[in-house]
Design a protein around this ligand. Structure first.
Ligand code: FAD
Length: 392
């Protein structure tokens, strides 16, 4: 029995038939259903665009008072490996104009630098500024007549009454995970953002004071800087250390930092689900985020399309979902090993790079670039957005 079948069988036959029949928050017919989406970020809007094009009436409800995704996180800039041509084709939306090739991405182990390969790595802006992904998607939604109801959060008391087939695309906001019983890890983070005098650039910083990494990305001369750990507070001293690192190695300083706690569905190896209690999960909440590095952009784009497909053909959508999420477990377990045995010893990693020779390591990295290979990334990106997953 395939994985897709097993998960479908976890849904009751009533749930399944209501999904097949078409679900309504108002009235609707098979030809034009009325579909409600909670969460008007990137995946919610990709789902909405695809559904509106099929002739459905689509309403997006979002907790924020205007478009641009969560105001806690956006405006922001993100970096991701992605096959833009194939992703645009798959989701039926040309997102290429808002993605920008990253030119350089140094990765620091303390102060020892190696160059991260940036083949097929792009930066993208989120939020409501003119060059953002959300602006592109929002305009398309409006052109297609998608209706937006802002300042309308999904609340715990609404959950029992949600019609089967309601799409849930609430991103990384912990409240949504709690009310829908989606197991999650807390993400603790210091954030900083603003205008900056460079673009298409990123860096990564590994240090023992955090479980994940510090990174700055800059797109459209706007920067977003994040220092984060999974499941544990990022202490002030870690931020001070990061700030000193930035000044020492990159000559960059910013004083305003916010502390936030978010959620990621990376608690368990089987965290990913297209359907939960008859609801259609979409974007990061569905588990479409890479457990190793936390890349969520390409997963959100493709699962937006899959969620739209689930409205009229849940079985086919499940097959697609499983195809995209096929590497989740593998990446999850590799991350567990990395967390336990490698990541805590940044000194050792640093020493190995020095023994191998920083110049030689960086020469090897440029080779991966020239050979168009993602050598350090195949385990880190379980297929999301990469050419191989589009092969049937
Ligand atoms: C700080 C940060 C940095 C990141 N960096 C990267 C990166 O560099 N590269 C990468 O690939 N990925 C990155 N990610 C992950 C990536 O951004 C996400 O995986 C992706 O944006 C999620 O898209 P989404 O559509 O699922 O959710 P979002 O685009 O976040 O949209 C969620 C929407 O749901 C709304 N919402 C939330 N709760 C409710 C509710 N109860 N009721 C109604 N509406 C609600 C929000 O207001 C928001 O509009 C990062 C994430 C964060 C938080």
């Amino acid at each position: 029995m395939t994985a897709a079948r097993v998960i479908m069988l976890e849904m009751s036959s009533a749930e399944l038939s209501s999904l097949r029949e078409g679900y309504r928050f108002g009235e609707g017919s098979m030809a034009g259903k009325e579909v409600l989406i909670y969460g008007g970020g990137m995946s919610g809007m990709v789902a909405a665009i695809n559904l509106a094009r099929e002739g459905h009436r689509v309403v997006i409800r979002d907790m924020e008072d205007s478009y641009g995704g969560s105001k806690i996180y956006n405006p922001s800039t993100h970096v991701t490996p992605i096959d833009l041509e194939k992703t645009s084709q798959y989701i039926g939306i040309d997102v290429k104009p808002v993605f920008h090739k990253v030119i350089r991405c140094p990765a620091y182990f303390h102060d020892t630098m190696m160059l991260w390969p940036v083949y097929e790595v792009f930066g993208v802006e989120r939020g409501d500024r003119p060059g953002s992904l959300d602006t592109l998607l929002y305009k398309e939604c409006l052109d297609l007549g998608v209706e937006f109801e802002f300042s309308t959060p999904l609340k715990a008391e609404d959950v029992p009454d949600l019609a089967p087939g309601t799409i849930i695309a609430c991103g990384l906001i912990p409240k949504a995970y709690k009310m829908l019983d989606v197991p999650f890890l807390q993400v603790h983070m210091w954030l900083s953002r603003g205008e900056i005098g460079f673009t298409d650039y990123a860096w990564l910083w590994f240090d023992e004071s955090i479980t994940e990494y510090g990174y700055l990305s800059a797109v459209n001369n706007y920067y977003f800087n994040l220092l984060f750990s999974f499941g544990k507070r990022v202490e002030k001293y870690a931020l001070e250390k990061y700030k000193e690192f930035m000044v020492r190695n990159e000559g960059v300083e910013h004083d305003e930092w916010d502390y936030q706690v978010g959620a990621v569905p990376l608690l368990k190896p089987d965290n990913y689900r297209l359907f939960r209690n008859g609801l259609i999960m979409c974007g990061t909440m569905s588990g479409a985020i890479d457990p190793f590095m936390g890349f969520g952009i390409s997963g959100a784009l493709v699962t937006g399309k899959v969620a739209a497909m689930a409205v009229s053909d849940p079985e086919a959508a499940q097959v697609e979902f499983d195809r995209f999420l096929a590497g989740f477990r593998r990446s999850f377990y590799i991350k567990e090993m990395w967390k336990r045995f490698v990541r805590p010893k940044v000194n050792r990693l640093e020493r190995h790079i020095r023994i191998a020779g920083v110049e030689r390591v960086n020469w090897l990295m440029t080779l991966t670039e020239r050979e168009k290979s993602l050598i350090p990334l195949p385990f880190a990106t379980p297929g999301f957005g990469h050419a191989n997953i589009y092969k049937k």
